[in-house]
Design a protein around this ligand. Structure first.
Ligand code: HEC
Length: 179
């Protein structure tokens, strides 16, 4: 309800206004749209996890505080040199991995070979949880602005990627046996 309507409805006397306000109330809360899947697992990996992990891993070898901002940070395609660059970019990349873990569990997604993502499997769910926790560990490390902590957290992140990949990505026999 807009501020103006709220004010008017608060002081309503005329019957016409009562009807008008009732109409406003019923139009207030549109039902939430169900979550929809827009990518394959491969596209999700290439679009979110791979770039986020690369930004995070960069902090192992370069102290993010020493990274020069781009000549125009607002349009930099490199998160590290952007307006939200340096340590903030490391924080954001870790959060992207933690939050995007929810997407790994969304039903209705397919892998690149057409098989459904095995969201119902207990080991899949455990590895998604590991990925989420790894992202959170990475976030804490980034907040500490300490490269030793990042090196430890990078291990945790890399292990989370690897555990799921061993079974579901790098299956013997190639892409047709993924997922
Ligand atoms: C819960 C399981 C799971 C986790 C966790 C996971 N992946 Fe993946 N990843 C997959 C699967 C399955 C595929 C293959 C998808 C397909 O072919 O559709 C894949 C594919 C990829 C690819 C594309 C490979 C190609 O063929 O081009 C990249 C890159 C990738 N993952 C990076 C990562 C990184 C980096 C992480 C960790 C930060 C990660 N993944 C975490 C399951 C996972």
């Amino acid at each position: 309800m807009t501020m103006r309507k709220q004010l008017l409805c608060g002081g309503v006397i005329a019957a016409a206004f009562v009807v008008w306000c009732a109409g406003v109330t019923s139009a207030q809360a549109p039902p939430a749209k169900p979550q929809r899947v827009e990518t394959t697992m491969l596209q999700l990996m290439r679009g979110i996890f791979y770039p986020a992990a690369n930004v995070f891993f960069a902090a192992q070898t370069v102290d993010p505080a020493t990274i020069q901002k781009a000549w125009d940070p607002a349009i930099s395609p490199d998160p590290l040199t952007s307006s939200y660059g340096q340590w903030l970019a490391i924080e954001n990349s870790a959060l992207a991995m933690a939050e995007a873990s929810n997407l790994l569990n969304l039903p209705g997604r397919f892998c690149s070979n057409g098989k459904p993502v095995p969201v119902q499997n207990a080991d899949w769910q455990a590895w998604v949880e590991e990925m989420r926790e790894a992202g959170k560990t990475g976030f804490k490390a980034a907040q500490s602005k300490n490269q030793d902590n990042i090196i430890e957290a990078a291990d945790v992140v890399a292990e989370a990627c690897r555990h799921c990949h061993v079974k579901y990505r790098d299956a013997p026999g190639g892409i047709k046996n993924r997922c």
